[in-house]
Every structure is written in structure tokens, then in C-alpha cells.
Design a binder for this molecule. Structure first.
Ligand SMILES: [Zn+2]
Length: 382
């Protein structure tokens, strides 16, 4: 955990913002349905902008639109297939890549709307278009244009700004109102160039293998594992992939992603082959899978691995900073690229909004009640 002295207090512009934190049962705000246990409702006064509600998902009341709701809705956009962005909506709006990844999770109803990138969805109140977010297969930003006012609202979901070997590249979409993730929204989360990190990772793995050790590279099973897989195969490593991450890699292949080499699944019955690197998700399941295997060395590739400080105290033999999210500078640069009139940040640190205000953007962090200030996100990934 970061020391308390390192945590900046969120600063709100009292003169121009009104903020309500409301408990569910009493909520009666513009006829808003009283279904929320907690809601953060923030309106930037004086600006002709939509209201934005953050309550286990993002809600735009004027447009009656849910984005990444964690509760089942009649209709909801799913920006990507990580489990901290999904629910079994009756009518999900999502890309073909996300649909493919969620094919075992979403009920197979006719009502789902599969939208290609750049293909507009027309409704009575808005036009919605999805743009690549560069975060994992199928990950999308949603640009929603109100038919009543013409206002353009961009919801980023999780995004990665750096070019990825397996994802569609992030595509900035100019907007009036930006609702963006703030996962690495503190200045200390500035990542080194990926080539440097990956070169260090490969040298370290080669060193371990040369001593007859058994390297395990830990990465979340959707997105990170497949990026790591692509890099290790391109460097000539022999790679096995834990079953669930392997199944997802096969979905990537179904979607047309080509990996530069062969790879095999690894389960409890797989013998460990000499010279092999295993890619597996962090957590108890992998620990159980490996049991008492001798000579294991663990490497974790994660954006939290800066300066040896980790929010949940897990440490591998080598922790290297590598992420499928934008770092602090890339978050700030993205705001400059899409030129919003107002910004809301969600899912991460409030310091990003404070920094954006210092740059002249009306920006506020929507913090879910009960979410610790130091939460970051990514705690419940699939
Ligand atoms: Zn994600």
C-alpha cells in the first residue's frame, strides 16, 4: 500500500460543480429509477452537458444508456470482456470480438447487438459508434451523440495507448464530454518503453532456463497473457499456456489474430518440458495447478510493478512494469487529443482529475462509495 502521505486528497471545484452522493432508497432525481445502492451524481454547472452517474457502471440518464454496468440491464454497452465491465444484459451492445470472448457467458439471445467498429447504431435518442480501445480483443470506446443536443459523449472503457501486437490500435474520437478510466491516474505510474521491459524479461527468462529452472510468467488470462504469448513466441521461446488463457488465445486465433509460433495448453496432467516457459494467470488456481513442482521462478508483468510498490503485496522473483492500460502520461495525452469540454474519470485514482483541472480542463473524479481511495482497479478480472 502507498503511505497515506503519498495519497493526494481529491480537490473539487466547489464554485462550478454540484456533487450529490445519494443512498438508493431515497434517490428521486429527475425521475431516476431507484435501483441503485449508491450513486455518484455530478453535474458541471453552467455547461450544457449530459449528467453522468457512476454506480457499478456509467449511466447517462438523459439518454437512458448504461455503459459497462455490473448489474443486468435491459440494454447495456459492454466495452470489453473483462469481468469488471460485464453483466448478463438482456440486450448487450458489443463488438464481434467481445461477443466471441463472452460466448459462454452471455445468454444467446437474439436481442444482442453486435456492432463493428465505426458502424453506427441509431436509436430515438442517440447515435452510437464504437471505436477501438487497444486494450484487448474487441475492446471498444463508445461515442454517443445526442440527437436532442448534438453533444458528443465518449466513454473510453479501459484503453491502451501503446501499439500492441495483437489488438486493434486505440483510435481517438473527438468529443464534448469525456468519461475515461483512471486506472493508472497517478504520476508515479509512468511506464518505461515496452521494448526495454520485454528485453529485460527475455534476458531474465533465458538466465533462469540456462540454470535448469522453470519459469512461470504471470499475466491476466484475457489480454495480458496473449500479449505475452505473442512476444515470447516471437523471441523463439517454447511456451505452454494455462488452460483458461489457452482457450482465450484460441478465441483470438478464431478472430484472425496470428501468433508467431506454436504453443500448447498446460494443465495439472501436463509434464513440464525442459526449456519451457509457462504463461498463467496470477492467483490460487495457478498455485494449486503447480503444486509442489520444483525449481519454479515467477515473473509478473503488471503496471503496478513500479518501484517495487504493489497495492496487494504479491511479489514474484521478478516484477516488471508492463500493462494493457494507458499510463499516467498517456491518459493525460489522450484528453488533449480528443479535446473535451468536460471530463469525468472513473475506476482509479482521483489525482488524474486534479491534474487535468490544473491544466484547465473541467474534470471531476466519480468515486463509487465504498471504493477505497487507493483501490485502482483490475481486482476482479476474468
Ligand atoms: Zn479491462
Amino acid at each position: 500500500m502507498l503511505p497515506a502521505s503519498d495519497i493526494l486528497e481529491p480537490v473539487y471545484l466547489d464554485a462550478t460543480l454540484t456533487t450529490e452522493n445519494t443512498e438508493s432508497a431515497e434517490i428521486d432525481w429527475k425521475g431516476f429509477p431507484s435501483v441503485f445502492s449508491v450513486a455518484s451524481v455530478v453535474k458541471i454547472s453552467g455547461a450544457a452537458c449530459v449528467e453522468v452517474v457512476f454506480s457499478r457502471g456509467v449511466y447517462l440518464p438523459e439518454l437512458d444508456l448504461w455503459l459497462d454496468s455490473l448489474r443486468r440491464r435491459d440494454m447495456g454497452v459492454i466495452s470489453h470482456a473483462h469481468s469488471d465491465h460485464t453483466a448478463r444484459h438482456h440486450r448487450a451492445v458489443l463488438t464481434p470480438g467481445t461477443r466471441l470472448l463472452l460466448s459462454d457467458y452471455l445468454p444467446d439471445r437474439a436481442g444482442h447487438v453486435t456492432l463493428e467498429f465505426h458502424e453506427p447504431l441509431e436509436t430515438e435518442r442517440y447515435t452510437m459508434t464504437l471505436y477501438p480501445a487497444g486494450h484487448c480483443l474487441g475492446s471498444a470506446q463508445a461515442l454517443v451523440v445526442s440527437k436532442a443536443t448534438g453533444e458528443r459523449v465518449l466513454y473510453t472503457g479501459d484503453f491502451k495507448a501503446r501499439a500492441s501486437c495483437i489488438n486493434e490500435p486505440l483510435e481517438p474520437a473527438p468529443c464534448d464530454t469525456l468519461v475515461m478510466e483512471a486506472t493508472y491516474g497517478r504520476p508515479e505510474y509512468t511506464f518505461p518503453p515496452e521494448e526495454q521491459v520485454l528485453a529485460t524479461a527475455c534476458r531474465t527468462l533465458e538466465g533462469w532456463l540456462s540454470k535448469g529452472e522453470r519459469p512461470v510468467v504471470l499475466g491476466w488470462r484475457l489480454g495480458k497473457s496473449q500479449e505475452i504469448l505473442h512476444h515470447l513466441l516471437s523471441q523463439g521461446f517454447e511456451v505452454a499456456v494455462e488452460e483458461s488463457a489457452h482457450r482465450i488465445a484460441q478465441r483470438y486465433q478464431q478472430a484472425g489474430v496470428r501468433f508467431p509460433g506454436a504453443f500448447v495448453p498446460f494443465d495439472a496432467h501436463s509434464p513440464w518440458r525442459e526449456g519451457q516457459v509457462l504463461i498463467a494467470p496470477p492467483g490460487a488456481k495457478t498455485r494449486n495447478l503447480l503444486g509442489k513442482t520444483k525449481g519454479l521462478r515467477f515473473m509478473e508483468l503488471t503496471g503496478w510493478a513500479l518501484n517495487g510498490r504493489r497495492p496487494w503485496g504479491r511479489r514474484g522473483d521478478a516484477d516488471l512494469p508492463f500493462s494493457d492500460h494507458a499510463d499516467f502520461n498517456e491518459l493525460v495525452e489522450y484528453v488533449a487529443r480528443v479535446k473535451p469540454k468536460q471530463v469525468y474519470t472513473v475506476n482509479g485514482f482521483p489525482e488524474l482529475a486534479a491534474h487535468l483541472r490544473s491544466l484547465g480542463y473541467p474534470a471531476v473524479h466519480l468515486n463509487a462509495k465504498g471504493q477505497p481511495d487507493d483501490a485502482g482497479t483490475q481486482m476482479r478480472m476474468m
